[in-house]
Design a protein around this ligand. Structure first.
Ligand SMILES: *Cc1c(COP(=O)(O)O)cnc(C)c1O
Length: 382
């Protein structure tokens, strides 16, 4: 009954999404803060004053939303945690200033960055050569590789969990193939500098796309968006799920040269041509216009992350330095699985992987100060 294609599917297993909402969820890197009050207002105003719009198809190309995203990126430089407040608004730190203006033609919006990534795989990666990626990175990439029959060449990480950039570029050249990774990377939390990424792209094939997934860049130190001035094969993927408190909205986007956006739009129009619903288009625009709220959320999360990291080190856990809204860490004295179970009994969900090489590690999302203190007490009672 099943098509032979089904044999290539190895579905992603997400962090538990329990029906029981009483758990403190620190297992899916969601943002613990609600969307900005302006987003709630925009959505309820929209539904109340234009109920008929829910009966009509949304703008398939999300033009107003793409314009708002472009404007938000120009105002922030792509690293919320580093933005300076300027009364009502904010501006990028000096090092995050963009050397050009992002236009709506450089933005593509989709139903979460997971869908955006799927369209990128379809549009740019073929079955005739292996795609280069780190051994440990976002576990959805291998899932799409199976779906689209793209062979992979995973490159082991360095011993400090950073990417082995030299081997990665060497392999990309040897196969004349594309590259994909998350920066900061998941689940490790480690980050390459913009200059390190620049050197990788310079040495990699120019006519293959180079994808940098910036799901966590707003909690990091640098975005690769400025590199778009130098490379038209660079594809940056970003999401509203983490730094924009909107995992439930399902909104992700690409920042890239207009030609890349056109190609991905062709895929969209051949598969799911209304990927962003009417309510999400309104919510996303309002979020971009309330960016100073999200700047504050990102700063709070970074502050909690550093406090929690110090706490774990004091307990003699091995802690990988993080540029994200989570910490990848392992207890030295007990097994990671035991800790996971103990903490779950205390009503807190963490993430762990049964993958060889990282099975002793826990990936812990940074929550509110209140949630982190509940977690710290539970860990102290181990
Ligand atoms: C969370 C995450 C995504 C998925 O984001 P959605 O927009 O919610 O689909 C993509 N890439 C990485 C690295 C992530 O951690």
């Amino acid at each position: 009954m099943k098509s032979s294609r089904m044999d290539n599917l190895h579905p992603y297993v997400p962090g538990e999404q329990p029906k029981d909402r009483t758990y403190i969820k620190l297992n899916a890197n969601e943002n613990p803060y609600p969307p900005a009050p302006e987003v709630i207002k925009a959505v309820s105003d929209f539904v109340k004053t234009h109920p008929e719009r829910l009966g009509l198809y949304p703008d398939p190309d999300s033009f107003v939303l793409r314009t708002a995203i472009a404007k938000m990126l120009n105002r922030t430089g792509g690293v919320l945690a580093d933005c300076r407040s300027t009364g009502t608004g904010c501006e990028p730190a000096e090092k995050d200033m963009l050397p050009f203006t992002i236009t709506p033609e450089m933005i593509y919006c989709g139903n979460g960055s997971d869908e955006v990534l799927s369209f990128i795989f379809y549009a740019f990666f073929d079955s005739d050569r292996p795609l280069v990626l780190p051994e440990f990175t976002y576990s959805f990439y291998p899932v799409y590789a199976g779906f689209y029959a793209v062979p992979l060449d995973p490159v082991p990480l360095n011993s400090d969990w950073t990417l082995d950039t030299k081997t990665m570029t060497g392999r990309a050249c040897a196969h004349d193939s594309g590259t994909i990774f998350a920066n900061p990377n998941a689940p490790t939390g480690r980050m390459l500098s913009r200059d390190e990424v620049r050197q990788m792209i310079q040495k990699s094939p120019k006519d293959r796309v180079f994808v940098v997934d910036e799901a966590y860049a707003d909690f990091g130190t640098e975005s690769c968006i400025p590199l778009l001035a130098e490379f038209d094969n660079l594809v940056i993927v970003r999401t509203f799920s983490k730094s924009f408190c909107g995992a439930g909205l399902r909104l992700g986007y690409i920042v890239a040269a207009p030609d890349i956006v056109k190609t991905v739009t062709t895929v969209k129009n051949s598969l799911n041509h209304f990927p962003v619903d009417a309510v999400t288009q309104i919510a996303g625009k309002a979020a971009c216009e309330s960016v100073s709220y999200y700047v504050q959320c990102a700063k709070k999360i970074v502050e909690e992350r550093e406090k929690f990291s110090a706490f774990l080190k004091q307990k003699d856990w091995s802690v990988i330095p993080s540029c994200t809204n989570f910490i990848f860490t392992r207890p030295r004295a007990v097994s990671g699985k035991k800790v996971y179970e103990h903490i779950k009994q205390n009503g807190i969900l963490l993430r762990r992987f049964d993958t060889a090489g990282i099975e002793e590690y826990l990936r812990i999302t940074i929550g509110t100060a209140g949630q982190m203190s509940v977690l710290c007490s539970a860990l102290s009672n181990l």
